[in-house]
Design a protein around this ligand. Structure first.
Ligand SMILES: *Cc1c(COP(=O)(O)O)cnc(C)c1O
Length: 331
């Protein structure tokens, strides 16, 4: 069996078992494309709830909160995120309550919004567009829950917490092991960046591998949200290194924002066409709010340079409601 080299940082990342919800490892498939072979890491098949890479984050967040005696998790999400549907049922399995607030961002008609969140079991409270008000609701809910004697964990948007980064990092290591078992090693990985928590976890893993003597892997993040991702990612990584005791060297944060189209949930006809094309040719379902942007950027990048080693597209999951939740921009 192929193993990872022994190192302090890799041991730290691998040690956390996680509260298992998904089916691991997810498949790693090779597609034959006009731009050469592309490896797809099928986290869309993670197999819990709406699935996707978020299952990894949730598993490790539960692994953090449950043994510490937290009885409730409170968090805030944006409109179009599968997290809203998955977090409640997931923490419930560990006997933990949850309260989820949804900010109206990107702002969409009330009817589509109600429809989207109807599927979410965990009573999601719909708020307006104000982030400040959302923070106030969060603080109030946390105070009320504590007053009732429940130890309450408040999670930042998109579960941005060191434990969630560990979940993502372990996914990255899982993919590297799959390559090594096939006698190969990835060269470039494309990953969608919404909050950036998944990307930050990948970088932690990549740096830990490099520090243990393995070749560097270029991790390219494609931004789908207009926030200051670089600052957020750097902060999350610093927080995680400190709290996990990692000695990982500094990393290069490589982000591409050319497919933003004005912000979260906004996309062009070209991206919609790319999604249809990918489905028709390869049978993969990707949506123009998240993965379609990443695929489009990856195709442009590959048209320019063709690396010698394997190129990986990380399939983070699919948002079935993209048509009613997104905004098609003319351009
Ligand atoms: C959540 C999500 C991502 C990445 O999320 P981060 O907030 O950056 O960790 C990417 N694609 C899809 C489809 C998602 O649901």
């Amino acid at each position: 069996m192929v193993r990872l080299p022994a190192s302090h940082d890799l041991d730290c990342l691998v040690r956390a078992p996680g509260f298992v919800l998904g089916n691991w490892p997810t498949p790693l498939e090779c597609l034959d494309t006009e731009l050469g072979p592309i490896w797809v890491k099928r986290d869309d098949l993670s197999g819990f709830g709406r699935g996707g890479v978020k299952t990894r984050k949730i598993e490790h967040l539960i692994d953090y909160v449950a043994p510490r005696g937290y009885r409730e998790v409170i968090t805030v999400v944006a409109n179009i995120t599968n997290l809203a549907h998955d977090i409640g049922p997931a923490v419930a399995r560990a006997g933990i309550r949850s309260t989820v607030f949804a900010v109206d961002e990107p702002s969409i008609p009330a009817a589509s919004r109600t429809e989207f969140f109807r599927g979410a079991d965990a009573g999601v409270a719909l708020l307006g567009t104000s982030q400040v008000l959302a923070a106030a609701h969060l603080a109030y809910a946390a105070a009320r829950s504590s007053a009732r004697g429940r130890r309450t964990f408040v999670a930042l948007p998109s579960l941005s917490h060191p434990s969630a980064l560990v979940g993502a990092a372990r996914g990255f290591l899982e993919m590297v092991l799959q390559f090594r078992e096939a006698g190969s090693y990835p060269e470039v990985v494309f990953i969608t960046v919404a909050s950036g928590a998944t990307y930050a976890g990948f970088l932690l893993a990549e740096r830990a591998l490099a520090a243990a003597g393995l070749p560097p892997i270029q991790v390219i993040g494609v931004q789908v949200h207009q926030h200051r991702a670089r600052v957020w990612i750097a902060g999350l990584m610093r927080w995680s290194k400190w709290s996990l005791g990692l000695s990982t060297p500094a990393s290069r944060i490589e982000l591409i924002d050319s497919a933003l189209h004005g912000g979260f949930g906004r996309f062009s006809r070209e991206i919609v066409d790319t999604c249809h094309d990918v489905q028709k040719r390869h049978g993969l379902r990707i949506d123009p709010i998240f993965g379609g942007k990443t695929w489009t950027v990856m195709e442009r990048w590959l048209a320019d340079k063709r690396p010698r080693g394997p190129v990986v597209y990380w399939h983070c999951g699919y948002t079935p409601d993209w048509e009613s939740m997104g905004v098609l921009c003319r351009r």
